[in-house]
Design a protein around this ligand. Structure first.
Ligand code: G16
Length: 600
């Protein structure tokens, strides 16, 4: 019989979930007394007490440092609060898309995911706790606000400190729990499940595995290279792509999840997946992909490292959607992208006469549209692609979607992309990140820019760089009214939209763990077939220049410029030296701690 203890605590004021859960440094969770316990109690408190006894909660994470400790706390606090049934991935491992899949499959009340996504791990890295609801998707703002309100007033939490679950053994473990508050929670069932199986089973029903097997291991197979970046997706890639679809063992690398992701940043972009980019450039592999820590993000590369911009990736999948059997069955109900994502998907939607939704950043905004049967396929510039098969973005799903297209079209990634641009035109797109800048300075910059943009004279203004001039057509702070429940989300990013459709967007990230991260996005459409192969840096340089001038971003944040350690950015800085000073150039090459990324 395990006892329930009520522990006195003091509330913290900073437990507001961001774009995707609460993300902080590990040290914040470890060193502040009851910090993790408070937040877990606040999550459990939003589950109606009347529902708890019949409810099942799914728990899993990306394997990062502190995950196993947090899972024990979740089990202990859930049990003390009357949640009788928990389903947990073996060794705590379960990718974010797999948690979403399992919640839906077993009709759980929700799930708790232990991840800080693509942020680094280890004792000095980041940790995160995220609550997903019964649809399988991240809790919407109404619920995250409630969690935050509870956390701000929390005076005590309930816990069964003696309850210890063995995470390694697949099967059921049961515990008797004492009576609490005159209620009786007799037995707690803890079920440790295979981390991959339910998810693999779901994918078998979505894709044509026989066709994928021929593509990956038939007589004329292609060679693929998948980099799990020591995150959670490794066991999924091994089981599904190697064992089941027959891709050779050397096609999957970094497949053992590690608490510190091997000391690397588990972020699938050109900077942090540099090893994959290098290998792909050598030309041995036809298709490459990398995943983030929790397996919901993906980056797709073609032979010789041909980079598929995530905004283009979802557009290509939309344009070739009949290559995926799932959509042949369900039809295509609608498409969606987050506001800063390039308009590449809009061009497909227009051409194929599909409805398109533009939502704020955050996968949670797609959920309502999917539940209402309005949305089938969506994507974000932040390397997220997915569909209504679950309610999270799904890295491995996106890779199998691309492989299905390759199997159908029998073309290279590069040729598919180029054909796409010929048909639909090309959106040149880039994003600059300024991480860990001073929060006050970042907030003030955004506020002052907004004031300037809201001046009546701003609309119609002509902004120039070199021989290019753009006329401001729209200047606003993006607000979204959910078409399903009418809820309104304001202040989702400053947009300057020009008369030719080009866009400059500024917003503060909601996923950083320290200071503020300013994101600058540039999107520019070109339909002239003669121009679509031009150097993206050249195409976007005038808009970058205008964005920096109009916002005074560098001056206001004390940063010297977008800095990066990867080659594309390096060439960019050399080619556009005038936009940056020599100091910025040195910082770029020498100081990788300034993590400004350029995705082109
Ligand atoms: C989360 C969200 C995404 C969002 C991304 C970046 O992804 O699920 O929808 O695009 O954060 O958000 P921000 O620009 O606010 O940092 P993940 O993979 O980090 O969970």
């Amino acid at each position: 019989m395990v006892k329930i203890t009520t522990v006195k605590t003091k509330p913290y004021g900073d437990q507001k979930p961001g774009t995707s859960g609460l993300r902080k440094r590990v040290t914040v969770f470890q060193q502040n007394q009851h910090y993790a316990e408070n937040f877990i109690q606040s999550i459990i408190s939003v589950i109606d007490p009347a529902e708890r006894q019949a409810a099942t909660l799914v728990v899993g994470g990306d394997g990062r440092f502190f995950m196993k400790d947090a899972i024990q706390l979740i089990v202990q606090i859930a049990a003390a609060n009357g949640i009788n049934h928990l389903v947990i991935g073996q060794n705590g491992i379960m990718s974010t898309p797999a948690v979403s899949c399992v919640i839906r499959k077993i009709k759980a009340v929700g799930g708790i995911i232990l991840t800080a996504s693509h942020n680094p791990g280890g004792p000095n890295g980041d940790f995160g706790i995220k609550y997903n609801i019964s649809s399988g998707g991240p809790a919407p703002e109404g619920i995250t606000n409630k969690i935050f309100e509870i956390s701000k007033g929390l005076q005590e939490y309930h816990i069964c400190p003696e309850l210890k679950v063995d995470l390694s053994k697949i099967g059921k473990q049961t515990f008797d729990v004492e009576t609490f508050n005159n209620e009786y929670y007799p037995i707690i069932y803890l079920e440790i499940v295979d981390s991959v199986e339910a998810y693999a089973e779901m994918l078998r029903g979505i894709f044509d595995f026989a066709a994928l097997k021929t593509l990956l291991s038939g007589d004329k197979h292609i060679n693929v290279r998948l980099d799990a970046m020591h995150g959670v997706v490794g066991p999924y890639v091994k089981k599904i792509v190697c064992e089941e679809l027959g891709s050779p063992a050397n096609s999957a690398v970094n497949c053992v999840p590690q608490e510190d992701f091997g000391g690397h940043h588990p972020d699938p972009n050109l900077t942090y997946a540099a090893d994959l980019v290098k290998t792909m450039k050598e030309g041995e592999y036809d298709f490459g992909a990398a995943f983030d820590g929790d397996g919901d993000r993906n980056m797709v590369l073609g032979k010789h490292g041909f980079f598929v911009n995530p905004s283009d990736s979802v557009a290509v999948i939309a344009a070739n959607i009949t290559s995926i059997p799932y959509f042949q069955k369900t039809g295509v109900k609608g498409l969606a992208r987050s506001m800063p994502t390039s308009g590449a998907l809009d061009n497909v939607a227009k051409n194929l006469k599909m409805q398109l939704f533009e939502t704020p950043t955050g996968w949670k905004f797609f959920g309502n549209l999917m539940d209402a049967g309005k949305l089938s396929l969506c994507g974000e510039e932040s390397f997220g692609t997915g569909s209504d098969h679950i309610r999270e973005k799904d890295g491995l799903w996106a890779v199998l979607a691309w492989l299905s297209i390759l199997a159908t079209r029998k073309q290279s990634v590069e040729d598919i992309m180029k054909d796409h641009w010929q048909k639909f035109g090309r959106n040149f797109f880039t994003r600059y990140d300024y991480e860990e800048v001073d929060s006050d300075a970042a907030n003030k910059m955004i506020k002052d820019l907004e004031t300037a943009m809201f001046d009546p004279s701003f609309k119609g203004k002509k902004l120039s760089s070199g021989d290019k001039t753009y006329e401001v057509a729209v200047a606003d702070n993006f607000a979204y009214t959910d078409p399903v429940d009418g809820s309104v989300s304001k202040n989702q990013g400053l947009r300057i939209i020009f008369s030719d459709g080009s866009r400059i967007i500024f917003r503060l990230s909601g996923t950083g763990s320290a200071g503020a991260t300013v994101r600058l996005y540039i999107d520019s459409y070109e339909k002239d077939p003669q121009k679509i192969y031009q150097d993206p840096q050249v195409m976007l340089a005038p808009l970058v220049d205008i964005a920096l001038k109009v916002s005074q971003l560098h001056e206001r944040t004390g940063r010297s410029g977008p800095t990066s350690v990867f080659v594309i950015c390096f060439f960019f800085l050399v080619a556009h030296y005038n936009a940056f000073n020599m100091y910025a150039f040195h910082v770029c090459v020498c100081t990788p701690t300034y993590n400004a990324h350029t995705y082109l």
